[in-house]
Design a protein around this ligand. Sequence first.
Ligand code: SF4
Length: 393
Amino acid sequence: MTEHPPVTPEVVAIPRPVAGEAANLVGKTRDQLHDMLIQAGTPERQARMRVGQIWQWIYHKGVRDFALMTNLAKDYRAMLAERFTIELPEVVTRQVSQDGTRKYLMRIAGGHEVETVYIPEEDRGTLCISSQVGCTLTCSFCHTGTQKLVRNLTPAEIVGQIMVARDDLGEWPELGRAPKNETRLLSNIVLMGMGEPLYNFDAVRDAMKIAMDGEGISLSRRRITLSTSGVVPEIAKTAEEIGCLLAVSFHATTDEVRDRLVPINRKWNIATLLDALRAYPKLSNSERITFEYVMLDGVNDSDEDARRLVQLIKGIPAKINLIPFNEWPGAPYRRSPQARIRAFADIIYKAGYASPIRTPRGEDIMAACGQLKSATERGRKSRKEIAGEAGLG
Ligand code: SF4
């Protein structure tokens, strides 16, 4: 049985700030920011107020230059500019699909790269963000899963993806102008990009708290969905410490098949995972858990699978997202035929569950679900390795 320890020794450590090097304020919690300002000489009695002012400049107004923070004294701004920076990941490439989907390849510290995808829709704009370079896990239908874990992202690199996308969408208020009362272009966040967010819990928590903070980016917790492949010990903490919506990469209705598709199932199988979901502290009809189910031809798409799925999740307020498989080079699977997907959805719908079929977006730029992979990798998994771990070799 392949064990999947959270982080292995050969993984690159998260870069530590070099002494004397200006520290990046992005990604710091309010308390961390408070301590940094005091260390920089801010009087204790002023520190809370300064945190609030700087927070609004960075996360509400999108300002990157301390000199523009006009409600702070000139010499204080000079001190900030000397000691700190406001840094975001660098955009290496920006691709726009014919359907409007945008994919960003971003470079982070150490020259590593991650992918982030923006999906515009009628009533919302969703940003799919990454939490690791590569992934701790090796789900056999996922392109990222062929890329070994390089390292966890820092809170700055996670929230930075949101800020970079807002830059690109021009979604920061114009300085000195009344805020635009327009529908937000970036209204939803899904942690469904590269990586298993629950294997980078603390950084994801801090970044999402920054994104939800009402004085800054101010995204509602109900517009943030964290997707996990089933890291059972961390699931309840997601409700308690982040409070966002939860999605689960479910994808199979028997342990035999899920072991092959989502290998972490060998550590916490379907029964254990469902117990954790039934105990999810924020479970309710208004905050249903999303079961993600990739449709793989002849693997997990039978009528029997559909019937078994609704049996398994009985009693859990849920919706099931059916994801037509998005092929990638070397993938060991094919997408289920459309008629098969519709028949599957029909069985679930008749059992009383919403079963939307996800429309693949950004396929022409390899931005669709499960297609993300960055050039940065420490070790490519061969097709033989992928098939072997999927029990297909
Ligand atoms: S589906 Fe998610 S957890 Fe699984 S390999 Fe892909 S990125 Fe990692």
